[in-house]
Ligand binder design. Structure first.
Ligand code: DGL
Length: 273
């Protein structure tokens, strides 16, 4: 099966990475819209335009299903894309439901882009699942920039995270929901701030399980096998991937090395929750 996965940038790699673990042996097309990142600071019209262009590109490549590995693009575009195209299109939204169901009493913090926080999609979700009003929303747009620069542990990113959280009491929170796929790279820093008892919840596994359901692909019976790459940047387990940055196929050694480093980072942080 051929699966298209797209995001504004490298956040979506965390979804692809989970797909490598859960659904090996497939053919993936990963599209990062690096010319237009960050989406979280764009208008709705702009984001919808990008999402349509990418979807048409992926359909031309013959994909059987598309995953919008971006909470921001999902909140603006998923309805319209489903109206226009008949193949399965899966979106992502902050995993508030598992956070509410999996914890009691203490508060839940959702971090996401300003667009995701502003849009009705998240408001409607909170209306449905946050009956006790336990959820706080916090935009963290600069984490997208830091991730794109591959800056995951610098003093600057640590300062930014700590200052954004500083007006909240860390002991009040039982869970932090990562409502932007770029935010997965920083898991060790959230743990440093909140401590071990605060759960980190992202939507990647849920999204990939949903993809398995929709496409009928069987989930791996050994999903925690280490994901690594050979010297030609091919991932093991016969999985094939083509990477595109805004419509251009990535073939050069330097960028492939960059992607490999990002996958290695994701492999390191994957089990931190
Ligand atoms: N990775 C995206 C998300 O999940 C958006 C990042 C951005 O471009 O602002 O929301």
């Amino acid at each position: 099966m051929k699966i298209g996965i797209f995001d504004s940038g490298i956040g979506g790699l965390s979804v692809l990475h989970e797909a490598y673990h859960q659904l090996p042996g497939q053919e993936y097309i990963f599209y990062a819209d690096t010319e237009h990142v960050p989406y979280g600071l764009k208008t709705k019209e702009q984001i919808l335009g990008y999402a349509i262009e990418i979807t048409e590109f992926l359909i031309k490549q013959g994909v059987d299903a598309i995953v919008i590995a971006c909470n921001t693009a999902t909140s603006v575009a998923v309805k319209e894309l489903r109206k226009r195209y008949s193949l399965p299109i899966l979106g992502m939204e902050p995993a508030v439901k598992p956070a509410v169901e999996g914890t009691d009493k203490k508060r839940i913090m959702v971090i996401a882009t300003p667009v995701t926080i502003r849009e009705d999609k998240l408001k409607n979700l909170l209306h449905r699942v946050d009956e006790d009003h336990r959820v706080d929303l916090l935009p963290m747009p600069r984490l997208v920039e830091f991730a794109e620069r591959e800056e995951f542990e610098s003093a600057q990113v640590r300062d930014y995270i700590n200052s954004q959280f500083s007006e909240y009491d860390k002991d009040d929170y039982s869970a932090l929901v990562l409502g932007c796929t770029h935010f997965n790279y920083f898991k060790p820093l959230y743990k440093e701030y909140f401590g071990d008892d605060t759960l980190l919840i992202d939507g990647n596994l849920g999204t990939i399980r949903h993809l398995a359901d929709v496409t009928g692909i069987t989930l791996s019976d050994d999903p925690d096998r280490v994901v690594y790459f050979d010297e030609h940047h091919n991932i093991l387990y016969d999985t094939k991937t083509k990477y595109y940055f805004s419509g251009n196929e990535v073939n050069d050694e330097k960028t492939l090395e960059h992607l490999k480093r990002l996958h290695n980072r994701l492999e390191q942080v994957r089990k931190i929750d």
